[in-house]
Design a protein around this ligand. Structure first.
Ligand SMILES: Cc1cc2nc3c(=O)[nH]c(=O)nc-3n(C[C@H](O)[C@H](O)[C@H](O)COP(=O)(O)OP(=O)(O)OC[C@H]3O[C@@H](n4cnc5c(N)ncnc54)[C@H](O)[C@@H]3O)c2cc1C
Length: 406
């Protein structure tokens, strides 16, 4: 049975996250939107110190794998706290020093020993970042098209290829972090040949060649990275080196099943920021939204506002379900895609509607509403676009393979 009763200790934690979102992120939200490539150093130090005090999420994850009963709802709580921080600022959330998507890939594909070896660094020292690179100039949605190669040479693998749009890639390379790079060990076998490799910061042959100028989430760095005879030890391949029919690409999917609910929660945080702002604005204008009356008596504004609320709540419930399923060990591939597709679309529409309802004020850079509209859109693109997630949902419901329905 699904139980969304949240423990008092978690409610307290969520309140703490809200204070960080409101008191630490919001005040610098506009500044680091305007200054895309400037590092918010003070923010990094504050969040890193807070993380160390609270015990990093990776630490919690490790304890979790040691003793699942200790934190049985870890994924559900992660999406709840993600929403809270993205209510503060989604770009800064993505820029926060932690293992990020790289950590998620290590958790999904790595052995217990690799999890400890690669993730323990996020518990001490200076701020650091993890990142994950799948996308290449030749493909985005169809991750089975990986062309970056990993060639075995003695006790090493040698990587060659180019990755683009890697979130946190520049900071991972500049700090004592790492990038998980998906590369093929054998192109002739297709999907099963695709494996994840941890490339440490400062590894010769790995070069960040560019960081993007973006529409939204501008505090987050997005890197293009070239791998030119980049040599890494063989035990940096996450999981088993064996090329099995079920292996390789399955780890890509397992990573997405874990990260799509988090991206959905990011979207919901941005959408809630816009919705809360509109609610407060209407209150200030003495405009009431009348609940519980016949729909035909509602004003257009009331209908719009209620529709925004409904869409946000529906997206949140799907997201919580997808995360909860992971917590109870259920396969959540369908639900993760449902949540991600719904949240990306809902929040794109909610933030656009917020701009529209506020008129010229909504379009002005004096307020953050126009920024939330820009920040929202990425959730409809990365971790599988809305169309790709809908395709996955259709395949799962109708029982088609990716070859049969694409
Ligand atoms: C800011 C940002 C950060 C990112 N961070 C990362 C990261 O950290 N790591 C990483 O590896 N990648 C990252 N990406 C890449 C992102 O995951 C890809 O952009 C995304 O997967 C879409 O791929 P594409 O851009 O090649 O679009 P395409 O695959 O070319 O798609 C273009 C359009 O066609 C649609 N489309 C494609 N195939 C189909 C189909 N079969 N049916 C219907 N419609 C279809 C898509 O939905 C989309 O609307 C990031 C991208 C951005 C913009």
């Amino acid at each position: 049975m699904i139980d969304f009763e949240i423990e008092p200790s978690v409610v307290k934690r969520v309140k703490m996250f809200h204070m960080v979102a409101d008191g630490v992120m919001r005040p610098i939200s506009r500044e680091y939107d305007e200054k895309e490539h400037v590092e918010p150093e003070q923010y990094f130090q504050t969040m890193w110190a807070a993380n160390a005090m609270a015990g990093s999420s990776i630490d919690a994850a490790k304890k979790e794998s040691d003793a699942p009963a200790r934190n049985p709802m870890r994924n559900l709580y992660t999406v709840i706290t993600t929403e809270e921080l993205c209510w503060g600022d989604a770009g800064l959330f993505l820029a926060t020093p932690n293992a990020g998507l790289g950590g998620a890939a290590v958790m999904a594909a790595g052995t217990a020993e690799q999890k400890e070896r690669f993730l323990s660094r996020f518990r001490s020292g200076q701020p650091k970042w993890g990142a994950m690179a799948i996308t290449e100039p030749g493909f985005g949605s169809d991750s089975s098209q990986v062309t970056t190669t990993a060639t075995r040479e003695g006790d090493d693998y040698v990587l060659n290829g180019t990755k683009i749009f890697c979130t946190g890639g520049d900071r991972a390379a500049k700090s004592e972090g790492f990038i998980v790079v998906w590369a093929t060990v054998d192109r002739s076998v297709g999907r099963p040949g695709i494996k994840p490799f941890v490339v440490e910061h400062g590894t010769p042959g790995m070069t960040v060649v560019r960081t993007e100028n973006k529409l939204g989430i501008r505090a987050s760095d997005t890197a293009a990275i070239v791998f030119d005879n980049c040599r890494i030890p063989k035990d940096h391949l996450l999981g088993s080196p064996e090329v099995r029919k079920e292996g390789g690409f399955k780890d890509v999917m397992a990573t997405f099943d874990a990260t799509r609910p988090i991206v959905a929660a990011m979207a919901i945080g941005v959408g809630r920021a816009a919705l809360d702002f509109v609610r407060d604005f209407l209150k200030q204008q003495n405009i009431q939204v009348r609940y519980g009356i016949s729909p035909r008596r509602l004003t257009a504004l009331e209908r719009d506002f209620m529709e925004m609320e409904v869409q946000l709540k529906a997206a949140r419930l799907l997201t919580w379900r997808a995360a909860w399923m992971m917590d109870v060990g259920k396969h959540n591939n369908l639900e993760a895609s449902m949540a991600k597709a719904k949240a990306g679309l809902a929040v794109t529409q909610i933030t656009q509607k917020a701009v529209e309802l506020l008129g010229p004020l909504g379009y002005s850079r004096e307020l953050l509403v126009e920024k939330w509209m820009r920040d929202a859109k990425i959730n409809d693109i990365f971790e599988g676009t809305q169309q790709i997630n809908m395709l996955i949902v259709a395949r799962r419901i109708l029982g088609y393979s990716s070859r049969e329905l694409n």
